[in-house]
Design a protein around this ligand. Sequence first.
Ligand SMILES: CC(=O)N[C@H]1[C@@H](OP(=O)(O)OP(=O)(O)OC[C@H]2O[C@@H](n3ccc(=O)[nH]c3=O)[C@H](O)[C@@H]2O)O[C@H](CO)[C@@H](O)[C@@H]1O[C@H](C)C(=O)N[C@@H](C)C(=O)N[C@H](CCC(=O)O)C(=O)O
Ligand SMILES: Nc1ncnc2c1ncn2[C@@H]1O[C@H](COP(=O)(O)OP(=O)(O)OP(=O)(O)O)[C@@H](O)[C@H]1O
Length: 488
Amino acid sequence: MALLQDILYKVSLRSVQGNMQVNVNDLQIDSRKISEGSAFIAIKGVHVDGHQYIDTAIEKGATAIICEQFPLSLKEGITYVQVENSGVAAGNMSHNFYGQPSEKLVLVGVTGTNGKTTIATLLYKLFTALGYKTGLLSTVQNQIGGEVLASTHTTPDAISVNALLKKMVDAGCTHAFMEVSSHAIDQHRISGLEFAGGIFSNITHDHLDYHKTFAEYLRVKKSFFDGLPTNAFAVSNQDDKNGSVMLQNTNAQKYFYSLRTLADFKGKILENGLLGLVMIIDEQEVHFRLIGEFNAYNLLAVYGAAICLHEDKHEVLRCLSVLSGAEGRFDYIVSPKERIIGIVDYAHTPDALVNVLTTIQKLRKGHEQIITVVGCGGDRDTAKRPVMGQEACDYSDRVIFTSDNPRSEDPNEIIKQMEEGLNTAAKRKFISIVDRKEAIKTALSLAKPEDIILIAGKGHEKYQEINGVKHHFDDKEVLMEMFELFGK
Ligand SMILES: CC(=O)N[C@H]1[C@@H](OP(=O)(O)OP(=O)(O)OC[C@H]2O[C@@H](n3ccc(=O)[nH]c3=O)[C@H](O)[C@@H]2O)O[C@H](CO)[C@@H](O)[C@@H]1O[C@H](C)C(=O)N[C@@H](C)C(=O)N[C@H](CCC(=O)O)C(=O)O
Ligand SMILES: Nc1ncnc2c1ncn2[C@@H]1O[C@H](COP(=O)(O)OP(=O)(O)OP(=O)(O)O)[C@@H](O)[C@H]1O
């Protein structure tokens, strides 16, 4: 419980009708979650305008309304607060309501098209290994010093973020690492948070269904760094075309990592194989369990951030060397008899798919086939479908197009779009099997000893979303079932 006036600290107010000295029991941006004595923040969303639920919220017990426009008639006994931007207000108000938890933690945000989960998870594991009680907010899961909480978003809404950060403070966490998605930046889910640092991994074509243009996507990502305070650090990828642009207007202390040029955190890959990476970082040769060049970048980003947080470099490298990555990220199992390698990977963007396939190409001995099972999600960026279809064929010997999370779309239509524009060579390599389990089964039936099967797109997910219903589905589980079924 807190005073409305206190919760509105740092919020740009336009006008107020009613008493600011009322106690607020709870804060909500969703009228369906309102309880007695709550404050309801009306936000104009992508689908509907929250302002239309103001009266419903009052009927359910809201006593304070925060909005951009007052409703035509105001109800007695209710405090109405008009703000410039409800999304920004939601961020600041949540921060205040939950006792400004980000200021009591060393909070680091990770943004970029690919690598956020891996980097944030590695930081969580590293700082835990270094002896800190640590929190994590990620696509795969949220963690509070070892306690695992389900995750619904890459970056939850402002209220949930602050509630989770408060839980971390209450549990005695000193550090928190969180993924910062472009949707979250745009929707002000991180407004009001005090970051000790920000990390940029890379930026490529993605989420243009939401941001419309690449320039807008870039601007949104960059605004995260523009908003960092002077005492924060910003660590960026020098080898990404937009790595410098990302930090050009930040007030934070700038640092760069690179595998190619001189940088604050420079790495060199000596070996890149199925047993992991051998790298030189800061003149120290280290063996890592993670696989592939993109993970060399992730490791450098993590190393850079840890150094910015004044950790001892030898300790950091020692701890990093034994860590595995995030679940469903280049997660592989080998069949007992025929040594078929099954890789489950979350790659669901054109860039991530090429990355994982080129990594496999580099790691293969040469005689094995690469069989890829891949689909594209429904109700999301459609432009990537033909691109991913072609890429899968370019970098594999056999490809099976299948269903991902079709959501409200017809999976056959999605697959058709993946098939559109395939070149002649690609047309000879693919088949389409809409049922994902059947597709994996077929991949196994095609596989000869030591072949490599990549199942891309869903990684850690334990479900397949069809028409609003989440059906249990676990790529790795199906893969193991098929290894057994075929006795390979
Ligand atoms: C497209 C998008 O980002 N939508 C997010 C957005 O919802 P919205 O704008 O559609 O909300 P809306 O339905 O228009 O409603 C507007 C407002 O009215 C309120 N409302 C609505 C109905 C009602 O009866 N009463 C009521 O009060 C809603 O609570 C909301 O505050 O704001 C909600 C609250 O923060 C989010 O949960 C929701 O995420 C949806 C579920 C989603 O799927 N988002 C994805 C695209 C997303 O955010 N992904 C990124 C990761 C991307 C990546 O890197 O892969 C993420 O951070 O997870
Ligand atoms: N630094 C990187 N550069 C390019 N690709 C990467 C990088 N790190 C991981 N990947 C690839 O992208 C996939 C997604 O990785 P990860 O989950 O860490 O990214 P993410 O940014 O969190 O994505 P999402 O928000 O969609 O979960 C991985 O499975 C891997 O194939």
